[in-house]
Design a protein around this ligand. Structure first.
Ligand SMILES: Cc1ncc(COP(=O)(O)O)c(C=O)c1O
Length: 383
């Protein structure tokens, strides 16, 4: 029995067209894009084309795209790079308690270096309240970083409304759009964001590549030092193979966005409907969520036994963000939504749907989940 992959929020399979697009960059376009000769110029062409495609996908200019090694680096560069370059204007940064650790840990790093960080709470629905942001803003605030879609719950944040509030404020606005990009249309001008992070491996591209959008005029300082690449904001020889594959993945996702949204949303609905048919006791964590993610709490169970039993029956899901998956730590996101003592933080599973799925698999996976949950809750009742 083939295992069923329901962990697309952790990473996605590479699209066959993306693999095909990368082959020339692996086989014969091996020049260094910084070299002026023929070999370098060919590699530079790949880079220029990819930058055009990436910029177009969010309504940006080519010079506003900085290729990075992925979402984590884009987030670190956005937070630390902006903080350092703008510390003469103030030392206050606002983010949320439910960000990915790429943001939370970068914020902690800045705190140790004298920056003051406000972590906005979320309500039970998993959303940041605009009034809390307004109350936290001060003349000292130089940066606000709020994710577009949460990676554990799939909850969509009110980015456009936040952008409108910050329009009247000197603080720059960064959004980690890693889980949103490719499923939600994102126009940087429309959203009013100054910086935006994207990762290739969440959209069926290769791992280890991403980009940070930095609006023209926003000053950031490089967090690494070396060559002149990426307008000196991200020195280091570019990952031409990864960038070539990423560009293809972007092209495909821009054409297929609506279709993918519909397909993944249908998978989610089918999964939930099947659980309902089997009368499973569950609760959906988060309101107003992206099509691809369902975070479900199963009362009377716990994450470790759920994940172990799922894995034994060939179902790959996750307890939260990939970096903490498998660990016994309760979800920091659910703890913020419901309180750290709430049972939900230790009995919830993230199922995320995508290109590796079909309807038959989804139904079968939900039936297996139902049987496992029934068995585990019965075991607990007996004890
Ligand atoms: C919201 C969010 N931000 C950042 C990252 C990190 O991206 P990467 O794996 O490309 O470093 C992830 C990956 O799980 C994510 O979900």
């Amino acid at each position: 029995m083939e295992p069923i992959y329901l962990d697309h929020a952790a990473t996605t399979p590479i699209h066959p067209e993306v693999i095909k697009a990368m082959i020339p960059a692996l086989e014969d376009v091996y020049g260094n894009p910084s070299s002026v000769h023929h070999f370098g110029r060919r590699a530079r062409q790949f880079l220029d084309e990819a930058r055009r495609i990436a910029a177009k996908s969010i309504g940006a200019q080519e010079k506003e795209i900085i290729f990075t090694s992925g979402g984590t680096e884009a987030d670190n560069l956005a937070l630390i790079g902006t903080a350092i370059a703008n510390q003469h204007r103030g030392n206050h940064i606002i983010t949320t308690t439910i960000e990915h650790h790429a943001i939370l840990d970068a914020a902690k790093y800045l705190e140790k270096r004298g920056f003051r960080i406000t972590y906005l709470p979320v309500n039970e629905s998993g959303q940041v309240e605009l009034s809390a942001l307004e109350a936290a803003l001060s003349e000292e605030t130089i940066l606000v970083s709020i994710m577009t879609v949460n990676n554990e719950t799939g909850v969509i944040q009110p980015i456009k409304e936040i952008g409108a509030i910050l329009n009247n404020h000197l603080a720059y606005f960064h959004t980690d759009a890693v889980q949103a990009y490719g499923l939600l249309p994102l126009s940087v001008n429309d959203l009013g964001v100054d910086l935006l992070s994207v990762s290739s491996h969440k959209i069926n591209g290769p791992k280890g590549i991403g980009f940070l959008y930095v609006k023209d005029g926003v000053t950031i300082e490089s967090i690494q030092h070396g060559g002149q690449q990426e307008r000196k904001k991200r020195p280091g020889t570019e990952n031409v193979v990864g960038i070539k594959g990423f560009a293809k993945a972007i092209e495909l996702v821009m054409i297929e966005m609506q279709d993918r949204n519909k397909r993944y949303g249908n998978y989610k609905q089918l999964f939930l409907n099947t659980l309902d048919e089997q009368t499973v006791n569950y609760q959906i964590n988060g309101v107003h969520t992206i099509a691809s993610i369902a975070n479900l709490s199963f009362p009377g169970t716990n994450v470790e036994s759920l994940l172990t039993n799922f894995d034994l029956s060939g179902i790959a899901a996750s307890s939260g963000s990939a970096c903490t998956a498998g660990s016994v730590e309760p979800s920091h996101v659910l703890a913020e939504m419901y309180g750290s003592a709430n049972e939900t933080t230790i009995n919830s599973i993230r199922f995320s749907f995508g290109a590796a799925n079909n309807e038959q698999q989804i139904k079968m996976a939900a039936e297996k989940v139902a049987a496992i949950v029934a068995r585990l809750t019965k075991d607990n009742d007996i004890r």
